[in-house]
Design a binder for this molecule. Structure first.
Ligand SMILES: Cc1ncc(COP(=O)(O)O)c(C=O)c1O
Ligand SMILES: N[C@@H](CCOP(=O)(O)O)C(=O)O
Length: 465
């Protein structure tokens, strides 16, 4: 399997090289040169596989088979808190929660990150190399990445989070990990600023090569690849490939729903992809009226989705534009310069045939958490609640199609919102019971590339010494 850049100017790579590279050197994102497409018989043959075996099977299709991928997946999911890894919970007659938060940091990011940490170990050990991972987080990627990379011999990791804009639990999950290879930086700015800083570090060629930068955000294709298996697992459980399913995905950076799109591109019968947004609803506005215009990021009760520039949209755009790298590069450059993405009408119409978007503000989110609790006894986190409300509002007309909602975080990560809605303060699992007593360690820096690069360099040098 070879990978090409969405901007058409980077040399094709294999899976291992894409894992290490993160962002392509032309500023684009890596995508498979050709999509693997499975026959109905091949999908059916996956029924009954354990989740780790299914994940290994999918990742092999994307070129990860040169690694000991079976062992990596077994180990990655061994510590999850549910025997099914990704259990399905019925919410009402036709909607179901696909719980993706049974990993160590209680959010769906663990699903891929536990695999990526082990992949990095394997590849770096084999090559005798060392990398510096830089990542941006609105709250969940950071803790999952730190948990997956802490104490790994060949990895230094620096995570940027927007100062004061995560939940306390999210921040503490990052800043209380005192492993020497981990550094947390709170940036004066929002998530988009953090993500821009990460991309700017990658686009600074001398710095990138000096530091051997790697990425754990979903700009890294390996993240998307490792998020595809749970869509496959859920669809198979409902009878795919012999029955259609729909997914509702609370969305920010567009990585999770892009993984669902990829599963469909591989031949899984997914009839609809419903995108749930909080008040930062650039994607919903795009789908409603081809209005992809970035506005200032506003804090919400679902802080992990407080994002306006959804990185992975570029991968979908590339497909909508007929895999034309020059057109994708031009569109992205104009978006960056003008804050508005000029998507051709035909491409927008094609997107709306599959995707639909729904916006839920904070009041609606609290109402939805309360409604779920009183009507079904299900305690949802605010992100998941955006997804369940979207599922109800935009369910496909055909009642035979089940709607599967990606339940992306454990309610205990957002106890204030859940308590406001239901009066119940969900407790953290026992292993995190002392989170509020642990020492926190992080730096606070301005939104300034020079300052951030200096901090990354100092961190990497200290650990190399
Ligand atoms: C809990 C939670 N839900 C939803 C999202 C949005 O997912 P994505 O950024 O892949 O669209 C995030 C952040 O990524 C998250 O942490
Ligand atoms: N919501 C995310 C934002 C980063 O998303 P990613 O999927 O690109 O890593 C977070 O929690 O940090």
């Amino acid at each position: 399997m070879r990978y090409i850049s969405t901007r058409g100017q980077a040399a094709p790579r294999d899976f291992e090289a894409v894992l290490l590279a993160g962002l392509a050197e032309d500023g684009g994102l890596f995508v498979p040169a050709e999509w693997p497409v499975l026959t109905p018989a091949e999908w059916r043959a996956m029924r009954g596989l354990s989740y780790p075996a299914l994940a290994a099977r999918i990742l092999t299709l994307f070129g990860a088979g040169d690694m000991p991928i079976g062992r990596i997946c077994e180990e990655a999911y061994a510590g999850f808190g549910h025997p099914a890894v990704v259990p399905l919970v019925q919410l009402d007659r036709r909607s179901f929660a696909l719980e993706l938060f049974h990993g160590p940091t209680l959010a769906f990011k663990d699903m891929a990150m536990q695999v990526l940490g082990r992949m990095f170990d394997h590849v770096l050990d084999k090559r005798g190399e060392r990398v510096t991972i830089v990542g941006a987080t609105s709250g969940d990627t950071g803790s999952a990445a730190i948990e997956a990379c802490r104490d790994r011999a060949a990895v230094d990791i620096v995570i940027l989070h927007p100062e004061g804009r995560t939940s306390d639990v999210q921040r503490r999950q990052m800043t209380t990990v005192l492993a020497p290879n981990v550094k947390n930086i709170a940036v004066h700015g929002d998530f988009d600023a953090c993500q821009d800083l990460v991309k700017a570090m990658f686009n600074d060629a001398p710095f990138r090569s000096e530091m051997h930068l790697s990425a754990v955000n979903s700009i890294n294709w390996a993240r998307i690849a490792a998020q595809i298996p749970y869509y496959v697992s859920a669809a198979l459980a409902f009878g795919a490939p012999d029955r259609e399913v729909a997914f509702s995905v609370p969305t920010g950076n567009f990585g999770n729903v892009l993984a669902a799109w990829a599963a469909r591109r591989m031949g899984l019968p997914i009839s609809h992809l419903i995108i749930g947004s909080n008040r930062n609803d650039i994607l919903a506005r795009f789908l409603a009226a081809n209005d992809m215009s970035a506005q200032p990021v506003e804090p919400s009760l679902s802080p992990s989705m407080d994002i306006q520039v959804s990185s992975n949209f570029e991968r979908l755009l590339f497909e909508l534009l007929g895999r034309d790298g020059a057109a994708t590069a031009g569109t992205m450059t104009r978006f960056r310069a003008e804050g508005r993405m000029p998507v051709p009408d035909s491409a927008w119409r094609e997107a709306t045939r599959l995707f639909s978007g729904f916006t839920l503000d904070d009041a609606g989110t609290l109402t939805e958490i309360r409604h779920l609790w009183t009507s079904t006894g299900y305690l949802a986190d605010p992100h998941t609640a955006v997804g369940t409300a979207a599922a109800r509002a935009l369910a496909p007309a055909d009642p035979a199609i089940p709607v599967i909602v990606a339940a992306t975080a454990h309610p205990a990560k957002f106890p204030d919102a859940v308590e406001r809605a239901t009066g119940i303060r969900p407790p953290l699992p026992a292993r995190l019971g002392d989170l509020y007593d642990r020492e926190e360690r992080f730096s606070v820096l301005p939104n300034d590339l020079g300052a951030i690069e200096a901090a990354v360099r100092a961190h990497a040098r200290r650990n190399a010494a």
